[in-house]
Design a protein around this ligand. Structure first.
Ligand code: G3H
Ligand code: 13P
Ligand code: ZN
Length: 315
């Protein structure tokens, strides 16, 4: 039972052909919902925090709530900075006691991404913290329609090997067709599994044995949650995510970390909208936030079973 890095989690996940879920946390109900599901299935987990989450809740509050969750459940939890934009925010989180940070330099040119990532890796490793970086840009919905444009931002396998070699980064987020948010595909869902396999093969050939790959933008956008939101006053039209079977396939390959935020937002919003619409006379936040927390538990349980395969990963 501890706040741990992702090192051991990823080693076991790679060998066991499963993935660790990385869920974005912003408040107590989300933390408790995710943790309760992981406890039920004896699953290790990554709780990740974006810059806007840090601003919303304060790093100290988030860290203390995560510590409480670990003390209560005995689970292994990694506390991770999601999409760190610069050295300063990575340093701040490392100094707060986060066990993992992501530096997202994917929008910089390649050499700048290498240099900035390396600087953070050096700072983090000296303090026992692991680093995730990103190479290639995640396609947006527009890119997905135009395959050629989408392809241009996918991760280049040779560059991935060079990047890992030169930065010493512990895991790599790749662009193979996923994207952030609720509108991932206009047409048919498609991921470039061949590219994922090539990246892994080239890393293996270069001596990076069982190198962990990260998949961002991996929410499935549950159509029941979308329908509930819309039934109770929401206007979420044309939302589409990554099919569960594709995520399971990625988990069985080199993908060891699957990032999900949109699915939490949808589960929570659907529950709150429904509760408030069905009981207009109620005004106790513990009612509708309690419903939201219950629905997060159910959603995360289904991720563990159907997407990640991380049941009993604490063993
Ligand atoms: O990848 C981004 C995450 O979904 C976090 O989103 O910056 O609105 O907290 P946020
Ligand atoms: P989704 O928007 O698909 O949930 O992705 C979240 C994510 O990648 C956070 O880093
Ligand atoms: Zn992301």
């Amino acid at each position: 039972m501890a706040l741990v890095t992702t090192k051991n989690m990823f080693e076991k996940a790679f060998k066991g052909n499963y993935s660790i879920g990385a869920f974005n946390i912003n408040n107590m109900e989300i933390i408790q919902g995710v943790i309760e599901a992981c406890k039920k299935h004896n699953s290790a987990v990554i709780l990740q925090v974006s810059k806007s989450a840090l601003k919303y809740a304060h790093p100290l509050y988030l860290k203390k709530m995560v510590e409480a969750a670990i003390e209560e459940t005995g689970l292994d939890v990694a506390l991770h900075l999601d999409h760190g934009a610069d050295f300063e925010i990575c340093k701040e989180c490392i100094d707060y006691g986060f066990t993992s940070v992501m530096f997202d330099g994917s929008h910089f040119d390649y050499e700048e991404n290498v240099a900035k990532t390396k600087e953070i890796v050096d700072y983090a490793h000296a303090r026992g913290v692991v680093v995730e970086a990103e190479l290639g840009k995640l396609a947006g919905v527009e890119d997905e329609v135009n395959v050629a444009a989408g392809n241009a931002t996918y991760t280049d396998p040779d560059q991935a090997v060079d990047f890992v070699k030169r930065t010493g980064v512990d895991s790599l987020a790749v662009a193979i067709g996923t994207s952030h948010g609720a509108y991932k595909f206009k047409g048919e869902a498609k991921l470039d599994f061949e590219r994922l396999q090539t990246i892994t093969d080239k890393l293996e050939a270069a001596g990076f044995h069982n190198y962990p790959i990260v998949l961002h933008g991996a929410s499935s956008v549950d159509q029941n949650a979308v329908a509930t939101c819309n039934e109770y006053g929401g206007q979420i039209k044309g939302a589409k995510g990554i099919p569960v079977e594709m995520l399971r396939k990625a988990s069985s390959m080199a993908v060891c970390k699957i990032n999900m935020d949109t699915d939490i937002r949808l589960a929570m919003t659907a529950a709150v909208r429904k509760a408030l619409a069905e009981k207009p006379e109620a005004f106790d936040p513990r009612g509708y936030l309690g419903d939201a927390r219950n629905d997060i538990v159910a959603m995360v349980e289904s991720k563990i079973i159907n997407v990640l395969g991380s049941t009993d990963s604490m063993k």
